[in-house]
Design a protein around this ligand. Structure first.
Ligand SMILES: [Fe+2]
Ligand SMILES: [Fe+2]
Length: 269
């Protein structure tokens, strides 16, 4: 005979029965940890045939890629800070997944660095939108930092997608499409964190207001800073704004409903 329990009853039993020591609830992050572990062994894409890009695109593309590369670096600090967080939904599985997420962003920076070398462009050392991102990322509190990273995923999902579509028959375009695919999962990963974190109406509202503010501010600054690249790609302001707003709406939906598995992010984003 199979004993059927409601999830709430099972949780209560696990909490209140000392003889079940050693049994714990499954982590909500197992799917993401497996995903990041699998991705770790994926090869870094090789780049070839960027000669045409060097001639027609290099200045605008090099500048934008250089700024995005800056944004992909320097998240190591958060991987240390997560060790001292002791609140739900942080658990050891989340900490491990977050460290692998940081490593994946480092891989993106390396791919973008390779593109800059192929395009014979010098890496960008400083930039005002990166400066804003850098200051915001150093904000007090791990949760605010994670919200800033969430907003950066909105930018990543859209900008890498736009660039990949503009360079469809190029190895750089394929590599950017690969990065965009991973940014979508990152977006789901961060949204699920804030979905689980908002346990009452007050905290849900607080995180939603912060999400709207930071995500819109990030999109506006990128729109201004990369306007020449968008123009070069033949993408008008109206289209870029529409794309950013749709992506923000998707994030809003994930904050409301959660995104418990990377496959969901890959399917719906
Ligand atoms: Fe990235
Ligand atoms: Fe990302």
């Amino acid at each position: 005979m199979t004993l059927r329990l409601k999830p709430a009853s099972a949780r209560r039993i696990l909490r209140t029965r000392p003889f079940f020591v050693g049994l714990s609830e499954p982590s909500p992050w197992t799917g993401y940890l497996r995903y990041f572990e699998r991705n770790q062994s994926a090869p870094v894409p090789t780049l070839h045939d960027l000669r045409d890009l060097r001639i027609s695109w290099s200045a605008e593309l090099g500048r934008s890629l250089g700024i995005f590369r800056l944004g992909e670096t320097g998240e190591g600090r958060i991987a240390h800070e997560i060790e001292s967080a002791d609140y739900f939904p942080v658990d050891p599985v989340y900490s491990s997944a977050l460290k692998l997420f940081v490593a994946e962003e480092g891989k993106h920076a390396a791919i973008l660095g390779n593109m800059l070398r192929e395009l014979r462009q010098r890496p960008v050392e400083q930039n005002w939108t990166y400066r804003l991102f850098f200051v915001a990322r150093r904000a007090i509190g791990l949760r605010v930092k994670l919200m800033v990273l969430l907003a950066a995923e909105i930018i990543g999902c859209e900008c890498y997608g736009l660039l990949a579509r503009a360079l469809p028959s190029n190895s750089a375009g394929a590599a950017l499409a690969g990065i965009q695919k991973e940014e979508k999962v990152h977006l789901g990963f961060h949204c699920h964190f804030f979905y689980l974190l908002g346990r009452n109406i007050l905290s849900k509202t607080l995180w939603r207001v912060m999400y709207e503010t930071i995500a819109h501010a990030a999109c506006i600054s990128v729109l201004i800073d990369h306007r020449r690249t968008f123009r070069k790609m033949g993408v008008g302001y109206g289209e870029v704004i529409g794309r950013f707003l749709r992506r923000i709406a998707q994030g809003r939906q994930l904050l409301r409903n959660g995104c418990p598995h990377p496959a969901i992010a890959e399917a719906i984003l």
